[in-house]
Write a protein that binds this ligand. Structure first.
Ligand code: AQP
Length: 340
């Protein structure tokens, strides 16, 4: 346990492993924007996590800027939040190594995301993919972050961050690292694949038709929702009626999250409606909410030097917090820093 009081501070990130999806927007970015102003907020484009699987180098740079553009277009204000890319602050990798020496192999073996991503190919995936959660713990604890807004899929990794902080504090008889809280709230904590309601919507999913990309145009969004898998039943009167209908539940949850309403409220409005009515309404709503963001993303992407400038400023602000925390960690661990 830690007795130190930590200033409330938010940290979260998204990997530039592909174009941003509606899942990233509703599960993460929209909530990042919502927390801005409530407490200090630090948001990162976690490019070092992206390379745990192969990324084309030129594409990775482009995607790093595109995720930053997504943050900015959705309303992150670089004067209110610190916005940077992970590899620009070397302390992430340095603390990540120390945490590799704190975390236990048995803990990593329990990570369901690794099992899902590695599948039957676990011997062939990168060591980085396996160790990813300890770098994520470093991302968070380097800023002594107290709150991490994430989608449901990242809950286990934030819990592991708490385990790493607890073990570090215990082993070195300190209360240096906080026990960070995952913030997983609302109806959009797990947006599902449009073709299979039992699988998460992902950037790197096989088919483009299973996800809405934040850069999709109106026609494509309408087409994807029209072709989204559903069932022959009309919408029920209560959410209970959606219990065994994952695809239907997902579309209702997406509607609710886009419209800042609860899923109960949406089902109340559309009770008895067929898909012929609900899907076009959902497509119209998604276009109305996403079009201004994608237009702004395109405008920002036309000026990559400006994005790089914002990221460079953010990295400088991030280093000012991270470097003293890393220096103290080295000191606690007993790593000599001659001349520093
Ligand atoms: N489908 C989702 N529903 C709700 N939240 C989601 N997030 C991702 N997908 C959904 C949240 O977005 C944040 C950033 O995630 P990430 O890019 O770092 O990693 P991820 O969860 O592995 O995202 P993807 O899209 O599935 O990427 P790939 O396919 O490359 O692995 C996190 O807060 C996550 O919870």
């Amino acid at each position: 346990m830690t007795n130190q009081t930590f200033t409330p501070r938010v940290f979260s990130g998204i990997k530039p492993s592909g174009g941003l999806t509606l899942g990233n927007y509703l599960g993460a970015i929209k909530r990042f924007v919502g927390m801005q102003g409530e407490m200090e907020t630090i948001y990162c484009v976690v490019d070092m996590h992206a390379i745990t699987v192969w990324q084309d180098p030129a594409e990775l740079k482009m995607m790093t800027r595109e995720v930053a553009a997504g943050y900015l277009a959705a309303g992150l204000d670089p004067t209110q939040s610190t916005l940077f890319n992970q590899s620009a602050v070397a302390a992430h990798a340095e603390l990540g190594w120390i945490f590799n020496c704190v975390a236990r192999v048995g803990w990593m073996n329990r990570m369901t995301q690794f099992k899902d991503k590695a599948g039957s190919n676990a011997e062939k995936v990168s060591l980085g993919l396996y160790a990813y959660p300890s770098l994520m713990a470093a991302d968070i604890l380097l800023y002594h972050a107290t709150h991490v807004p994430v989608g449901d899929d990242q809950k286990q990794h934030v819990e592991l961050t708490r385990d790493i902080a607890t073990k570090f504090n215990h082993d070195f008889k300190t209360d240096f690292f906080p026990l960070t809280e995952p913030v997983i709230e609302g109806d959009a904590t797990r947006i599902m694949n449009l073709r299979d309601g039992t699988k998460k919507m992902s950037k790197s999913g096989e088919s483009d038709m299973e996800r809405i990309n934040m850069t999709d145009g109106a026609d494509l969004i309408a087409k994807k929702f029209k072709k989204a898998k559903t069932d022959p039943e009309a919408l029920p009167e209560t959410l209970d009626g959606l219990k065994d209908r994952p695809e239907a539940r997902n579309l209702v949850d997406i509607y609710a999250a886009l419209d800042d309403r609860t899923s109960e409220d949406v089902i109340g409005e559309y009770a008895g409606a067929g898909w012929g009515k609900f899907k076009p309404a959902l497509a119209d709503l998604a276009v109305a909410k996403l079009a201004p963001i994608s237009t702004e993303m395109a405008r920002l992407m036309d000026d990559p030097a400006e994005i790089d400038r914002i990221l460079a400023d953010g990295a400088e602000k991030a280093r000012a917090i991270a470097e003293p925390v890393l220096a103290q960690t080295y000191d606690i661990v007993g790593l000599l820093r001659p001349g520093r």
